[in-house]
Design a protein around this ligand. Structure first.
Ligand code: HSE
Length: 414
């Protein structure tokens, strides 16, 4: 029998306990050992819980119990998670976590401690919830050079954008609905500002390319500026707006990475990923494009990935699962403006025809887009491909000529 502790009894933690309890026999068969939850760490009280005898408020009780071989960290956040996880690994306990903030910020450091102590530090649930993606990248696709990874990595923002696209809800109403349905937090910044997607693409990039990428290194935009006008123009162009996390290996050996809204053609597989679902495309040099799709959040999907890691851990106590990447470097991620891209631009001028002519003069060949009932003076167009720096300069010139830029959104080539 293997005894484990679960730190955090929130949505994911209670899901982990539920999955382990409801599937005890089949899990024991797969792990070749019975897995027993000895402790559940939480500061709150859960009177009447069937697991009342397992609750503790003391981390030290878990740390000092030599029978606890695996600790599941599902508290989220960095504090005290980082300290707890580090001390568990230093004390000879393997750790399984769903905490993307922790892995994105401290992955290299924790993997090093795990390696030194011949322990497992596993985090399948940290990206894509119930979608298998960490193992596929580290194992199944290991023979490939990964050319690019791009994905819809945040279910909340994908739900909001889907409501804007399908039901013509504006951003504020769609966010309010997401909050009502429990998809978005009361403080939705981590989702709508793109930070959550950023953490996830950092984890995937670190894993695929073997070197830690820190969230601060990645240019990150959220979806708060996306309007129904943008959604209508995307449709007129032949696609949809999606929040994409993307990493590409450049010839220089450095990475191009962004998290930002993009126009995706309806032909793109990621364009059809709707509601709270996630979709992740991995472009390998041998496999071509491989796309992973499923529920990226939620109690049981996330718990399923956590428990699978626990099972894997039990099966690999002696032969540690080899997940590893090196420390990062300050210049490892290129300036995002060095990448080449086309851009959708929504703008306003005193006279839209004059504004459009000015845009043509500055940008050269552009494609005009139209929508029903534009605002007074509004016009929109898609530029040709050019470096981000050049696009920024041209947009500044357009503004200097009296044109107001409403929004500028990348055209994704996915
Ligand atoms: N808020 C996250 C999402 C939860 O919407 O995807 C899962 O990481």
């Amino acid at each position: 029998m293997v005894e484990i502790a679960v730190m955090g009894y929130g949505v994911v933690g209670s899901g982990v306990v539920e999955v382990l309890t409801n599937h005890t026999e089949s899990i024991a068969k797969r792990a070749k050992e019975e897995i027993r939850i000895k402790y559940i760490l939480d500061l709150k009280d859960f009177p009447g819980s069937p697991f009342a005898d397992r609750f503790t408020k003391s981390f030290d009780t878990i740390l000092q119990d030599p029978d606890v071989k695996i600790v599941v960290e599902v508290m989220g956040g960095l504090n005290p998670s980082f300290d707890y996880v580090k001390r568990c690994l230093e004390s000879g306990k393997s750790v399984v976590t769903s905490n993307k903030e922790l892995v994105a910020a401290k992955g290299a450091e924790l993997l090093k401690i795990a390696q030194k102590n011949n322990l497992n530090f596993l985090f399948e649930a940290s990206v894509g919830g119930g979608i298998p993606i960490i193992r596929p990248i580290s194992q199944c696709l290991a023979a490939n050079d990964v050319i690019e990874i791009a994905g819809i990595l945040n279910g909340t923002t994908n739900f909001i954008l889907t409501k804007m696209i399908r039901d013509k809800m504006d951003f504020a109403d769609a966010l309010a609905l997401a909050q009502k349905l429990g998809y978005a937090e009361r403080n939705p910044a981590a989702d709508v500002e793109g930070y959550d997607a950023c953490r996830k693409i950092c984890i995937l990039a670190s894993l695929a390319y073997g070197r830690h990428v820190y969230p601060e290194q990645v240019h990150t935009e959220g979806i708060t500026d996306i309007t129904l006008a943008d959604v209508e123009y995307a449709s007129a162009w032949g696609g949809v707006v999606k929040l994409i996390g993307q990493v590409k290996m450049m010839e220089s050996g450095r990475l191009q990475m962004v998290v930002c809204p993009m126009f995706l053609s309806r032909e793109s597989q990621l364009a059809t990923v709707d509601d709270v679902f996630n979709g992740i495309m991995v472009r390998g040099d041998s496999t071509g494009d491989v796309v992973f799709y499923g529920k990226g959040a939620g109690k049981l999907p996330t718990a399923s990935a956590v428990v699978a890691d626990v099972i894997d851990c039990v099966k690999h106590f002696k032969a540690r699962k080899y997940l590893y990447w090196d420390d990062g470097a300050p210049d490892y991620v290129e300036d995002y403006r060095l990448d080449t891209m086309a851009m959708f631009v929504r703008a306003k001028a005193a006279q839209e025809e004059e504004g459009y002519k000015t845009a043509r003069k500055i940008f050269g060949e552009i494609t005009r887009l139209n929508r029903k009932n534009p605002e007074q003076g509004e016009f929109a167009f898609v530029t040709g491909s050019m470096k981000g720096q050049e696009l920024e300069e041209k947009l500044a010139r357009l503004e200097a000529e009296g044109v107001t830029i409403g929004n500028a959104i990348r055209i994704g080539d996915l």
